[in-house]
Design a protein around this ligand. Structure first.
Ligand code: UDP
Ligand code: MG
Length: 321
């Protein structure tokens, strides 16, 4: 058998001191079990990223680091948010391992799914998404808001995997490719599918938070959704443009009606011209704003400097035998 791959489990933590001891113990046990089964190499690690916590999360990570050889830590200078913290962890891990798995610190995602993810990696997948098969344990509010979020995001042009958050496996080359996405507004769930390597899903039941409170209250969730849409898609601009065209068409239809009404003498003086100008000018203005928006949209896409393509395999002379 070939040598097993080195796995890094990347865990972003923000004020997670309540849950940290449980998470660390569970992930360490899992890592040991997988090493014993020869699924992953002895140099596999759990990388905790402290996202500028204000409680003693970092002290806990560094104490654990000194006593547990499977644990590493990265402390960010200040709070930069879940997505950036996760990205920082993936970048720190990418040169040290063959596969990364990202998971939230609160153990809402089933850690056993990691074993299945690694199996799927050996079957030739570069990306394996953890997908929640049920959200029974989430509150009704969280469930409905989160599910509408996925649907809305897809409608708005940010293609995401339904019911998948940031619990996923990525091969080293997939993480390397991810590092080429140089945008500042990181919306990983939208970017990872763009990488394009072979991917698969693993299904699991989402659990309740083991301890501590959600770091995503409604306000943050709305911001996150807004961020996801505006950092991914120029559909809202196209929407304004289309609305303008529709209003102009309506105003032309209304013109016919207004003229008929005018010639039938059913109108007060000034009504026809006033109505028509309001509608027509409104439409023209929206089209103009939408048109300017299209140019801004192009600038926005250019400014992201995303890779244009991603080579998967090149068969050249040197590969012929
Ligand atoms: N998190 C982070 N920085 C933040 C907010 C959250 O690193 O500014 C981490 C948090 O510690 C957790 C993960 O992101 O590991 C997801 O947060 P949470 O579980 O609170 O979100 P929810 O599951 O409620 O959507
Ligand atoms: Mg959570």
């Amino acid at each position: 058998m070939t040598t097993p791959a080195t796995l890094y489990i990347v865990v972003p933590c923000y004020n997670e001191s309540e849950v940290f001891p449980i998470t660390s113990a569970e992930l360490t046990a899992l890592l040991k079990e997988m090493i014993a089964q020869d699924k992953i190499s002895e140099s596999s690690r759990i990388l905790f990223v402290d996202d500028g916590s204000r409680d003693n999360t970092w002290e806990l990570i560094s104490t654990e680091y000194s006593s547990n050889k499977y644990v590493c830590g990265l402390k960010l200078a200040c709070n930069v948010g879940h997505q950036n913290a996760l990205f920082a962890g993936l970048m720190a891990a990418k040169d040290k391992c063959d596969i990364t798995v990202s998971i939230d610190a609160d153990l809402q995602d089933d850690t056993n799914a990691i074993i299945e993810m690694v199996d799927k990696f050996y079957q030739g997948n570069d990306i394996v998404y953890g997908v929640r098969s049920s959200r029974k344990k989430d509150s009704f509010f969280k469930r409905t808001t989160a599910q509408s979020f996925y649907k809305f995001m897809n409608k708005m042009g940010a293609k995401t995997v339904y019911n998948h958050a940031d619990f996923r496996l990525m091969s080293r080359r997939a993480v390397e490719q991810l590092s080429n996405y140089s945008e500042r507004n990181m919306f990983l769930r939208g970017i990872v599918p763009l990488i394009g390597y072979k991917s698969d899903c693993v299904y699991y039941d989402r659990k309740e938070r083991v301890a501590g409170e959600s770091k995503y209250p409604l306000k943050k969730m709305i911001n996150f959704a807004f961020d996801g849409i505006t950092s991914f898609s120029i559909k809202p601009i196209t929407f304004i443009f289309t609305l303008g065209i529709i209003i102009i068409i309506c105003s032309l239809i209304a013109a016919v009606y207004a003229f008929v009404a005018y010639f039938c003498g059913n109108t007060v003086p000034g009504w026809t011209s006033l109505m028509l100008s309001i509608w027509f000018l409104g439409g023209v203005q929206l089209v103009s704003v939408g048109l300017i928006g299209q140019y801004i949209g192009k600038i926005y896409i250019e400014s992201k400097k995303r890779p244009r393509y991603n080579n998967e395999i090149f068969l050249g002379d040197e590969d012929r035998n």
